[in-house]
Design a protein around this ligand. Structure first.
Ligand code: GLU
Length: 538
């Protein structure tokens, strides 16, 4: 049976790169009618935040990626939090120590650093100098009494190791590239390498899909599997996704966007911006000098304050920006994979049907944001209206928009009125006029619409015609507008545009009948009156 696992270290929000790993694990499991396990690799207590695992699960669920075993669903191979599996690791650790495949070390960080410096000076890879005789329990007790850190290292076999990778083929690691790595840290907690190898065995994982940055860890993992008498799962290391700026998709990219935007702002109160971001004057200065990248919440707070749109990086950023999961999934699936023809727009069931792990690409992929928007636009048209409504409600809630208070029928109407929109943010922006009074008129609208001959008269006629309607529905409104065109011998634009400016203050809105039905008769007439009054000030 195909068993894949997604094994995030919960250090923050789910990054779009992690979402890709999860997606490929999931597609592979679904395609082969196997299962996917979610395992939370939370052994590094210093780096883990308590809410991060929950956030990762929420983000996966939003994307529609489910797991067959793992937190919240359970299964026969739990617990699925590594922090709850200590006694299991201890058992295997003991086994390795007893058979002499691992040994205790007592080096202080300073001593280790000196060894590293020495290797650098000799232009060699750092390799821990394995002692000829491994320390015994007495020596361990003595080191502990002296307050030395006690770690356990794995004694790597003295041979080259070949990793058979589904994406890269056979990759040979020479013996001088390999090192006796730490498998138990000085706090007694197993390292990622050890916990991961033990869990992949016990959870019967058949395929390990992970980022290319882990390829260098794999020879160590294979050697550990051999030493413990475990099976060797199959490996697929996925290529890197790069941002349009050239680097990795990281918070650095967001910092850069914010820094550049600040530099182009003519008048700006940097002190205030620093305060909003919770930065001291010095921290602000190093940030602006390109010498530091503040944390994501600080960057977001400053960007929001300045109205700067940051490139999305974490899954939650895309949700906040109004992308829908179907569009995201389709786009992410093509980062380093393709079905083998020119087919690009695919629904979930098609992706599952077509997914073939041997078609993962070796070359890096580009995170092309325009393409994402194009995919999103297509999927907004493709998804069932009820689903789109669910996505829209989630989008409005997470952004805390007043539109979120509207009932389902109104929101569904807003969505149909905005068909063809690229994102849910576009929908919300286009219909924002429903939740905000008109407090001024766009200068472009003044010039192009209001300053034209006879607009005030037309507005008065429009008002009278609309006021006389007994029914406030699509048909009645359309008929009234058509009659106004005929009676005044003008084209549709001459009637529609002044109405649009009256109800929104701008020249953008959904169709006139949708806009007016949504706004209601009373508010429509009120806004027309407001504009008629404003016309006298022009
Ligand atoms: N916890 C590791 C990470 O988040 C998992 C690596 C792996 O898949 O083995 O990078």
């Amino acid at each position: 049976m195909t068993v894949t696992r997604f094994a995030p270290s919960p250090t923050g929000y789910l990054h779009v790169g992690g979402a890709r790993t999860a997606l490929f694990c999931w597609l592979m499991a679904k395609h082969n009618k196997g299962k996917m396990i979610l395992r939370i690799e939370d052994t590094d207590q210093k780096r883990n935040t308590p809410t991060a695992a929950q956030q990762v699960m929420d983000d996966l669920r939003w994307l529609g990626i489910t797991w067959d075993e793992g937190p919240e669903v359970d299964g026969p191979n739990g617990p699925y939090y590594q922090s709850e599996r200590r006694d299991i690791y201890d058992r295997y650790m003991k086994q390795l120590l007893e058979k002499g495949s691992a040994y205790y070390c007592f080096d202080t960080p300073e001593e280790l650093n000196a060894l590293r410096q020495e290797a650098i000076a000799q232009k060699k890879n750092f390799a821990y100098p394995r002692p000829e005789r491994f320390p015994d329990e007495q020596e361990v007790a003595k080191a502990q009494a002296e307050g030395r850190p006690v770690t356990v290292r794995f004694a790597m076999p003295n041979t080259d190791i070949i990793v058979h990778d589904i994406v890269r083929g056979a990759v040979r690691f020479g013996v001088d590239e390999l090192n006796d790595f730490v498998i138990q840290k000085s706090d007694g907690v197993p390292s990622y390498h050890f916990a991961c190898v033990v869990d992949d065995e016990l959870m019967e994982v058949s395929h390990i899909l992970r980022g290319q940055e882990h390829l260098m860890n794999t020879p160590g993992h294979i050697a550990l599997q051999d030493a413990l008498g475990f099976r060797r799962p199959q490996y697929a290391h996925m290529s890197v996704t790069i941002s349009e700026g050239g680097g990795k998709l990281s918070k650095r990219e967001q910092s850069k966007t914010l820094r550049n935007a600040i530099k182009t702002m003519a008048t700006i109160d940097l002190e205030k911006v620093a305060e909003v971001g919770g930065l001291s004057a010095d921290e602000m200065a190093t940030f602006m000098a390109n010498k530091s990248n503040p944390d994501a919440p600080q960057i977001s707070a400053m960007a929001e304050y300045l109205g700067v749109h940051l490139p999305e990086i974490n899954v939650i950023d895309f949700l906040k920006s109004g992308y829908i999961p179907e569009g995201m999934i389709n786009f992410i699936a093509l980062l380093g994979w393709s079905p083998g023809d020119d087919k690009e727009i695919m629904a979930l069931d098609e992706l599952i049907q077509l997914f073939d792990i041997t078609r993962l690409t070796k070359s890096n992929s580009l995170f092309d944001r325009q393409k994402l928007t194009a995919f999103n636009t297509e999927h907004m048209k493709m998804v069932a209206p009820e689903r789109l409504l669910e996505h829209f409600k989630r989008y409005l809630a997470i952004n805390d928009l007043p539109m979120g208070q509207a009932d389902d029928a109104t929101l569904a109407h807003i969505l149909t009125a905005c068909q063809g929109a690229r994102t849910l943010a576009d929908v919300a922006a286009k219909c924002n006029f429903l939740y905000q009074d008109v407090t001024g008129y766009d200068p472009k609208a003044i010039k192009k619409v209001l300053k034209k001959e006879g607009v005030k008269d037309i507005l008065i006629k429009i008002r009278t015609a609309l006021d006389s309607l007994d029914n406030w529905d699509d048909d009645s409104i359309n008929k009234a507008v058509e009659e106004l065109c005929t009676q005044n011998d003008v084209g549709m634009g001459k009637i529609a545009q002044p109405i649009r400016v009256a109800i929104t203050g701008s020249m953008v809105s959904p169709s006139i009948h949708d806009s007016l039905v949504l706004l209601g008769k009373e508010r429509t007439l009120g806004r027309i009156d407001q504009l008629i009054e404003f016309m006298d000030t022009l």
